[in-house]
Design a protein around this ligand. Structure first.
Ligand code: NAI
Ligand code: 15L
Length: 273
């Protein structure tokens, strides 16, 4: 049966807020979890991923988990260790103990951020696109924690039969705001389409996909996401003329533009808390 009750971790965040608005129309009942309270959702569970008892109670009876909670930018190794590495492990332990069958894990393009970005005229030919099995090349401790999350998902699939779809999200914001984002943008509506596909696809084990819209300037292979039944409807190209006029095309000799991870490879944005 299709999953109905979804535990949404990170529900107070940017992506969590977008998905709280979009996913109910797919028929899901969302149970919300975040360390920060959500003013318009008094029933949300306010707890830290370090709190194993709270996590266990939160996942109990859920059909699946959409795991967005964690530090979403670069930070100290200690903070990343607690929130993203131990926190994700705590979540999977709760999932295993309570018999939840599926997790959709918010991985990131920064798990492979030091991969040189492909060059050429857009749209790039399929053979130029970064494949899903490209070696992991994290660009930050943050990206490293996403590599860990993907490996953890593989372990829990092999050892405990928990199915995970890891989505290496590009940039999911209402609009692209940089030239780089023209290549990695995932519109919120396409994000909801992809998470819905990941929650319901007839796949077992651990599946990794890139998450973006069908951008003309795509750098990676969307075929694995499409294989889940995802049919993107958006393309960043209508935003291109304005952004390129303001910022210029990406210069491959500029270190902050040379790789998939962009400025995360040189001067990563730092988690403010
Ligand atoms: P965000 O920083 O806006 O939201 C993250 C949420 O997680 C926050 O509400 C925060 O309070 C919560 N959180 C952090 N540590 C926690 C802890 N120890 N216990 C409980 N909750 C905790 O980030 P955003 O943009 O919403 O991203 C959501 C997820 O998607 C993150 O895992 C991020 O790494 C991933 N992602 C997002 C992308 C995007 O374009 N928005 C791109 C790639 C990955
Ligand atoms: C991420 O992983 C971040 O969580 C998000 O805030 C964006 O910076 C995104 O990557 C990106 O690469 O644009």
């Amino acid at each position: 049966p299709a999953p109905r009750t979804i535990l949404l971790t990170g529900a107070a965040g940017g992506l969590g807020t977008l998905m709280r608005g979009l996913l109910p129309s797919y028929g899901y009942e969302l149970r919300l979890f975040d360390v920060r309270p959500i003013p318009d959702a008094p029933d949300a569970i306010v707890a830290d991923l370090a709190d194993r008892d709270a996590l266990r109670e939160a996942v109990r009876g859920a059909d699946a988990v959409l795991h967005l909670a964690g530090i979403s930018l670069e930070s100290t190794f200690d903070k990343i260790l607690r929130a993203n590495i131990e926190g994700t492990h705590n979540l999977y332990e709760a999932v295993r103990e309570e018999g939840v069958r599926r997790v959709v894990f918010a991985s990131s393009n920064h798990a492979v951020g030091f991969t040189p970005r492909p060059e050429g005229a857009y749209p790039l030919p399929p053979e130029a696109l970064i494949p899903i099995d490209t070696p992991l090349r994290p660009d930050t401790y943050y990206g490293l924690s996403k590599c860990f999350g993907e490996d953890l998902a593989q372990l829990y699939a092999d050892l405990h039969g928990v199915d995970t779809v890891s989505v290496r999200i590009g940039s999911c914001f209402p609009e692209p705001t940089t030239v780089r984002m023209l290549s990695v943008w995932m519109s919120p509506a396409d994000g909801a389409r992809l998470f819905h596909a990941a929650l319901t696809a007839d796949v077992t084990g651990h599946t990794v996909v890139y998450g973006s819209s069908a951008n003309t300037r795509l750098w990676w292979d969307l075929a694995p996401a499409r294989a889940l039944g995802y049919e993107p409807r958006d393309d960043s190209e209508p935003f291109a003329a304005k952004l390129v006029a303001e910022q210029g095309e990406l210069d491959p000799d500029e270190p902050a533009h040379a790789n998939l991870g962009g400025a995360f490879c040189t001067t990563p944005p730092v988690w403010p808390y």
